[in-house]
Design a protein around this ligand. Structure first.
Ligand code: ADP
Ligand code: MG
Length: 159
């Protein structure tokens, strides 16, 4: 298996909402298609705002990007197809993957899948090209956005 590290990894501070949006944009410009991005962080951390930035870099209107916590999956079409998923309302485990029909979404090899509350996937096995983004901080605090490549053979719960 080749190691493909086209998304820059590391930790970034975000001092305000604009910086969170811009960090998302930065990742968006690096996408080639086929990435699975597991996004975690507390409620109000800025996960959806980050996805707005990412979507905007794909040529999708950021105002169209809204939280999928009720719809579960929001599809968008830009430079690449984007599926924005939120597992917040789902119970942990295979049923969460089933509820969003993850298998079907993964069959689209050009699609970018961005998932909020990704740890609710539990032990679900993902294909390669998996990235984790954790946002720490909430409220008026600064955020720290950590981006790293996940071992695709382990579940999102493992480090
Ligand atoms: P989540 O999807 O993680 O629940 P949202 O993206 O819906 O969070 O909301 C995040 C909130 O945090 C927004 O009000 C946004 O303006 C704010 N925010 C994002 N980044 C920062 C930051 N660096 N400093 C202060 N507020 C921020
Ligand atoms: Mg959200």
């Amino acid at each position: 298996m080749t190691t493909d590290s086209h998304i820059q990894t590391g930790d970034w501070a975000s001092e305000n909402p604009e910086e969170t949006f811009r960090r998302g944009e930065q990742v968006g410009t690096q996408l080639k298609g086929g990435e699975i991005i597991l996004l975690d962080g507390p409620l109000g951390a800025g996960k959806t705002l980050f996805v707005k930035g990412l979507a905007s870099a794909l040529g999708i209107d950021a105002d169209e990007v809204t939280s999928p916590s009720f719809t579960l999956v929001n599809p968008y079409t830009g430079r690449l197809p984007l599926f924005h998923i939120d597992l917040y309302r789902l119970d942990e485990g295979a049923s969460a993957a089933h509820a969003v029909d993850l298998e079907e979404l993964l069959s689209n090899e050009r699609a970018v899948i961005v998932m909020e509350w990704a740890h609710r996937l539990g032990q679900y096995r993902l294909p390669k090209n998996v990235w984790r983004i954790d946002i720490k901080g909430d409220g008026d605090d600064r955020r720290v956005i950590s981006i790293y490549q996940a071992n695709p053979l382990i579940s999102p719960n493992d480090n």
